[in-house]
Ligand binder design. Structure first.
Ligand code: HEM
Length: 144
């Protein structure tokens, strides 16, 4: 993703923060419309989960240009999700739900450039959640 896209994600995230409760509501509403079966995966308190998601998104956006900080955190989050039984198609629906929620909250500020920037950011987050150690395998091995 380009520096300009990172900047756009940062500035629009700042505009989303005052509406984060609504953003999270819209996101989960759309996610469960697309993936009715995913609802059963959420065993804890949903409002609490919404807060955790928004906190994580904030950390990811703040560190979007700092892979050394961000990638281990996201990889850890990916491992946790794997243990919950989350499958690749869930991530596609989640991305679509996030896009739709951001569009609804930002309205006319959701330009195609903003949309592409968020899509690139989401792609980066999810790829890292799934793949991070593979790209760094040699560094991770203790006997190297
Ligand atoms: C970039 C994408 C995502 C982010 C940033 C994210 C973030 C989080 C965070 C921070 C937690 C809390 C983990 C903890 O308590 O330690 C969590 C839990 C969870 N996430 Fe995600 N998540 C993402 C994608 C997804 C997707 C695609 C699904 C499946 C539809 C999903 C389902 C869950 C479930 C079921 C839990 C456990 C909730 C519970 O305990 O009730 N997440 N997620």
């Amino acid at each position: 993703m380009t520096t300009k896209q990172q900047e756009l994600v940062r500035t629009t995230f700042a505009q989303l923060v005052p509406h984060e409760g609504r953003l999270a509501d819209l996101l989960y509403q759309e996610l469960f419309r697309l993936e009715p079966n995913a609802k059963a995966l959420f065993r804890g308190d949903l409002p609490e989960q919404q807060k955790k998601l928004m906190r994580m998104l904030r950390v990811a956006v703040e560190n979007i240009d700092d892979p050394a900080q961000l990638q281990p955190m996201l990889y850890n989050l990916g491992m946790i999700h794997k243990s919950y039984g989350i499958e690749p198609h869930h991530f596609i629906s989640f991305g679509a739900a996030l896009n739709s929620a951001i569009r609804t909250v930002l309205q006319e500020k959701f330009t195609s450039e903003v949309e592409e920037s968020w899509s690139a950011a989401y792609q980066y987050f999810v790829t890292t959640m799934k793949n991070f150690p593979h790209s760094d395998e040699q560094i991770q091995l203790p006997h190297n």
